[in-house]
Design a protein around this ligand. Structure first.
Ligand code: DGJ
Length: 733
């Protein structure tokens, strides 16, 4: 609900458990009064003190009692007495960089208007949300700035974005246009981010904020493996299940910054948006610029509740399409089974075995097109490689379907190999600076998606393949980061628009292809989880979580990923041992327990399993068919963090709270422990739950307060290798 309190001149937005309050100070400045647990009311003079401090200048000669430097603001500008990081910067034609944002008026509407050309959360009914538009004017550049806040009626989430309009008659250039900025009162906070690397994505890092700036950022032309467009500010005593946590997530797949700046008084300014480096946007008279959306989630009950809110919102009101609410097929992918060296016969053998084991979808990965036998060639030539596929793609897809499986295919549509017919025909389509040999990454270049005709070509070519073979699933890969930010199609003053224009082009391409094929399940991928972000989820409801398929490494990666992203978004496969990335050997049961915590599949040569292993796989497949009825949409409770000890545990509770799936992973054995108790969460104290594996029934209270007893595994000192246990529980009363 959104209320304007005329008397106190404030906007009070509420979600089921939170309040977000904005004041109007001096009749012109939008101040940030409060964000946190729900309040009935607030006294603006109690919310903060905007003191006059030495070396904090006053913007107003008539009233020198304040400076913007000490005022908590909603969307701060630069060079008018606030020295903290601004949320935007607007440069006039004469080069003047200063800004001062003045409030002009408001509008409250039902529902949530779309952000044209950009991914964003949405509503299906107007009753699901309300949106507040705060109209402001930057009095120095003259730009109109419209701040938008959507509050969801059923979820503790607030979506923010900003629109800049130029009606000044002159050109104004934005050199910074963040999506959200929040000024927190002085207090000790920790910052939680999800840094990583290829094959080690989204590890959890928590650090104490100190004076100055801390940030998670990407300048790689993609949200990246190295950082994720997310941060959480945590009060120092907050943890997994208690305390105040403030999440900031950006619905965007390109360069971003998420920063927290501790000022000289101990206040914290938190901001998130497009990275201002290598960015600017020229607004000619009559033009406008829309920022991506930032989704803010407050939880008074720790990180766990924050994550569950993001999961619910992103699963149901960010992901779209036929597969949003549908069961995802169990797949087998040939990448780790054959890499580039496959034949049609081999794929059919794997498919045949897959069918016997109950698997539903055969995915053909990289190497089916052009003359691609390794990663040096053919990207852009999306025609089948006849030497490998003598019956063509259609022939193979039909044969796979005859065996009773659906067929899926890998693409990397944004890329071009120098050794390709596409490059020979259009060498200028690759991103490059004339006269400079462009950097290659994985031996490939990137197509210039800031150009309309290149986007149109991709749409047409990929659609053609999808329309000429029975394809049910697409894996959309992207295997290098961006280097030369330049396009010959842009004038000098607009070259800094390149990174964002690429993203707008990509979003248009994905919208066109996915909406033309509503029955195809799309999974995004970027060398594993290098573009695991909310922007991609808007177009494709699942993402390949990491190229690291080692069960132990995946526990860390999936734990970190679950901070923001729902189970239904994570691709997770059982692969061969010793693991191809780490050389580690883990039990088949453990590999399956880890993979069942996401969209389940296999990525190995199924024909190489022993008969005994095949029996085990059949059972795994049957169990997952049961689990997928509720695990992908479950409320996730993280019981034990791998980052804090030598074990990890997750509980997936069905939405109707009648079933749950529980996993326990020992990562590194501890010598001579006797028993451990796993204390569950989220259950009803009085209810009884029966374990399907043991037949034993426990009360919710016993499972939560005594815990489930886990005996040490065989071996007199305990079993030191990594292993897992999993249990299915059903509520019986
Ligand atoms: C990177 C992906 O993450 C892998 O799963 C695989 O598809 C390769 N690319 C193929 O080149």
């Amino acid at each position: 609900m959104i209320l304007f309190d005329e008397k106190n001149r404030l906007f009070h937005m509420t979600t089921p458990h939170t309040s977000y309050i904005i004041g109007i100070e001096k009749e012109k400045y939008l101040t940030h009064l409060y964000w946190g647990r729900k309040l009935a009311s607030i006294r603006p003079d109690n919310a903060y003190v905007s003191g006059n401090m030495s070396f904090s200048p006053n913007p107003d000669r008539e009233d020198k009692s304040y400076s913007l430097d000490t005022m908590p603001q909603e969307y701060p500008s630069a060079c008018r007495s606030d020295f903290r990081g601004p949320a935007y910067g607007a440069e006039r034609e004469d080069g003047c960089l200063a800004g001062e944002l003045l409030y002009e008026g408001y509008e409250i509407v039902r529902g949530k208007p779309e952000l044209s050309g950009l991914p964003a959360t949405y509503t299906e009914e107007d009753s699901e949300a309300q949106t507040l538009f705060l109209s402001c004017r930057d009095r120095i550049s003259g730009l109109k700035v419209i701040l938008s806040f959507t509050v969801f009626t059923g979820l503790d989430a607030i979506a923010r974005s900003v629109r800049f309009e130029n009606h000044t008659g002159k050109t104004v250039t934005l050199d910074r246009a963040l999506s959200a900025s929040v000024d927190f009162p002085a207090q000790a906070y920790d910052l939680l981010t999800l840094p990583g690397a290829w094959a080690r994505e989204r590890h959890v890092e928590r650090t104490a904020l100190r004076s100055g700036c801390a940030a998670a950022e990407s300048r790689r032309g993609a949200s990246s493996h190295q950082q994720n467009p997310f941060m959480a500010l945590m009060e120092r005593d907050a943890g997994e299940d208690h305390g105040n946590v403030y999440g900031f997530s950006l619905v965007y797949s390109g360069n971003f910054i998420a920063s927290a700046e501790v000022d000289s008084c101990g206040g914290v300014r938190a901001q998130i948006g497009i990275h201002p480096q290598m960015f600017s946007w020229q607004l000619a008279d009559g033009e406008s610029f829309q920022t991506p959306e930032a989704v803010l989630v407050f939880s008074g009950d720790g990180l766990g509740e924050m994550s569950r809110t993001y999961h619910r919102l992103y699963r149901t009101r960010l992901c779209r399409g036929t597969y949003r609410d549908q069961k995802r097929p169990i797949l087998v992918n040939n990448w780790e089974a054959t890499y580039f060296q496959f034949t049609e016969e081999k794929i059919l053998e794997i498919a045949e075995e897959a069918k016997r084991l109950g698997i539903e979808l055969m995915v053909l990965d990289d190497g089916w097109f052009g003359k691609r036998d390794d990663d040096h060639t053919s990207l852009g030539d999306w025609v089948e490689y006849r030497e490998k596929l003598p019956h063509g793609l259609k022939g193979l897809a039909e044969r796979v379907r005859e065996k009773g499986l659906a067929f899926g295919l890998w693409f990397e549509p944004e890329m071009i190999s120098v050794d390709s017919d596409l490059y020979r025909a259009h060498p200028d389509w690759a991103i490059q600076i004339p006269g400079i040999v462009p950097c290659e990454g994985r031996n490939q270049l990137i197509l210039d998606l800031s150009r309309t005709e290149i986007c149109d070509y991709i749409i047409q070519t990929i659609n053609h393949v999808l329309d000429h073979a029975p394809i049910s699933y697409v894996k959309w890969d992207m295997n290098r980061h961006m280097t030369e930010y330049y396009s010959p199609s842009l004038p000098a003053g607009r070259q800094r628009e390149f990174g964002h224009r690429y993203m707008l082009g990509l979003y248009r391409v994905m919208e066109a292809i996915t909406s033309a094929h509503p029955d195809i399940l799309f999974e995004s991928c970027s060398g594993g989880g290098g573009r695991f972000d909310p922007g991609m989820l808007y177009y494709m409801p699942q993402t390949w979580t990491s190229d690291d398929t080692d069960a132990v490494e995946r526990i860390y990666i999936q734990y970190g990923t679950s901070m923001v992203y729902p189970v239904s978004a994570m691709g997770a496969h059982v692969s061969a041992v010793p693991n191809h990335q780490t050389g580690r050997t883990t039990p088949l049961s453990m590999r399956a327990d880890v993979a069942m915590s996401g969209n389940f599949g296999y990525e190995l040569d199924l024909t190489k399993f022993t008969e005994e292993e095949k029996e085990e796989v059949k059972k795994q497949v049957a169990v997952y068919k049961e689990l997928r009825e509720f695990v992908p949409s479950a409320d996730l409770y993280r019981l034990k963090s791998p980052f804090e000890g030598d074990d990890a545990s997750f509980l997936f509770l069905s939405q109707d709270k009648k079933r749950f799936f529980l996993t326990y992973f020992q990562i590194r054995g501890a010598v001579t422990y006797h028993v451990r108790h796993l204390k569950l969460k989220g259950l009803e104290e009085e209810a009884y739950y029966r374990c399907e594996e043991t037949g034993i029934a426990y009360s919710g209270a016993e499972l939560m307060y005594v815990g489930l007893r886990i005996d040490k595994n065989e071996g007199s000192c305990g079993f030191l290798e990594a292993y897992s246990r999993s249990w299915r529980f059903t509520r019986i009363g």
